[in-house]
Design a protein around this ligand. Structure first.
Ligand code: ADP
Length: 376
């Protein structure tokens, strides 16, 4: 009976778990126990230390030191709530799991914003098998998040190096091309001048692609802002930036009604709206004057902003695909672009906790919508 008890008093109830041992062993995940009861900490540490790297922490201190999973009781939670919150934040985008052990069924009701601090609750009396399963699930999520973070960092370093080198090569190619044109234009025939012009335009397109790729990967890398942003101002700013494009295309951009103020990040919102408006102007049939109409709806949970155009439309089978990087439904000779605009839109909107989608059919225009959560 004694070895079945994880915590003191009558907390353990699963007699059959006596022989259930933790079998992993090889992977020494680091668990730190923050519990007011010294006896409970000791018993728990004893049981877990066969398979994990266990530390018992001083509850009066902050959550310092490296660990992969924290186990707390309610008293420690009350003492450490601010520390938990900031520690979790500082680990992002990796996931730092916190497991709460309590006897209170209603702990969720009794503790404000519990789920900002705690990822899992195990009620006493504890069953070893249940605790083990929850620990393993949380640790697996921790490992995956660390792996994902590491891969993202590798990818970012790679892109950083590649874009840096590509930019340098392109600068040199375009520089020599310019020199050739300036120094030798008088001695070159039409065909050569045409080649020089082609090198220039393709080189500039490659430069634009590298810049877009760089911006796309850096989108939201700094912390995502969450302040009140007046969407009408963002739209006006986008229209201002697009002014000469709007004029050249003979386009109109109409704002239907007032747009709300939302909680969000102004840079991400600008990226989103800029891309949706410029796409609405670009993807029209030849001879059509582009018209983009922007409107909004409010539901209980979200603000929805709609961007409707009178363009060529999108077949339903492509509604999901177009949000993936480098998916283009048309060649550059037909419509200019890099295929990164809508993936940047989706990334920006999702970073703010929202969703984006499109309603459209071929030849019938499109309505792109963005939903942003109402966090007031
Ligand atoms: P880009 O515009 O740079 O090609 P996007 O990611 O913004 O890249 O768009 C992906 C593809 O989706 C476009 O190439 C185009 O085929 C299609 N698309 C985007 N917006 C619209 C629209 N408003 N109407 C019709 N097709 C669109």
């Amino acid at each position: 009976m004694a070895e079945n008890r994880l915590l003191d008093s009558s907390l353990a109830r699963n007699l059959h778990s006596v022989n259930l041992c933790l079998t992993r062993g090889a992977n020494m995940d680091r668990i730190t126990i923050f519990m007011k009861s010294k006896e409970n900490s000791r018993l728990l540490a004893e049981w877990l230390s066969d398979n994990y790297h266990v530390t018992v922490a001083d509850v009066t201190r902050r959550l310092n030191g490296p660990f992969d999973l924290g186990i707390l009781d309610v008293l420690a939670l009350q003492e450490l709530r601010e520390s938990i919150r900031s520690r979790k934040q500082s680990e992002e985008p990796a996931f730092l799991p916190i497991l709460l052990i309590t006897s209170r069924q209603d702990v969720g009701l009794a503790t404000q914003n519990l789920w900002q601090m705690v990822d899992e609750i195990v009620l006493t009396p504890i069953e070893k098998i249940e605790l083990q399963a929850r620990l393993e699930t949380l640790l697996r999520a921790r490992r995956l998040s660390l792996e994902l973070k590491r891969r993202n960092e590798d990818l970012e370093a790679l892109v950083q190096a590649v874009t840096h080198d590509l930019r340098a090569y392109l600068r040199v190619i375009l520089g020599f091309n310019r020199a050739l044109n300036e120094d030798e234009a008088g001695r070159l025939d039409e065909r050569c001048l045409h080649y020089i012009e082609r090198i220039k335009s393709e080189g500039e397109a490659a430069q634009a692609l590298v810049d877009m790729l760089f911006d796309f990967l850096h989108l939201g890398r700094d912390s995502v802002g969450n302040r009140v942003v007046d969407l009408s101002l963002i739209i006006k700013d986008c229209i201002h930036t697009l002014n000469s494009y709007i004029r050249n295309q003979g386009a109109r951009v109409l704002l239907e009604g007032e747009l709300p103020a939302v909680q969000g990040d102004p840079i991400l919102l600008r990226t989103t709206f800029y891309n949706l408006i410029s796409n609405g102007i670009t993807y029209v049939a030849p001879g059509t004057e582009p018209l983009v109409t922007i409107s909004s709806d409010v539901t209980d949970l979200a603000y929805r902003i709609n961007f409707s155009d009178n363009g060529i439309g999108i077949a339903p089978g492509n509604h999901e695909r177009i949000f993936q990087p480098f998916v283009r439904l048309h060649g550059v000779e037909e419509y200019p672009g890099t295929g990164l605009g809508l993936s940047a839109v989706r990334k920006a909107v999702e970073l703010m906790g929202g969703r984006v989608g499109v309603e459209s059919d071929l030849g019938r225009g499109s309505t792109f919508w963005v939903e942003l959560p109402r966090n007031e």
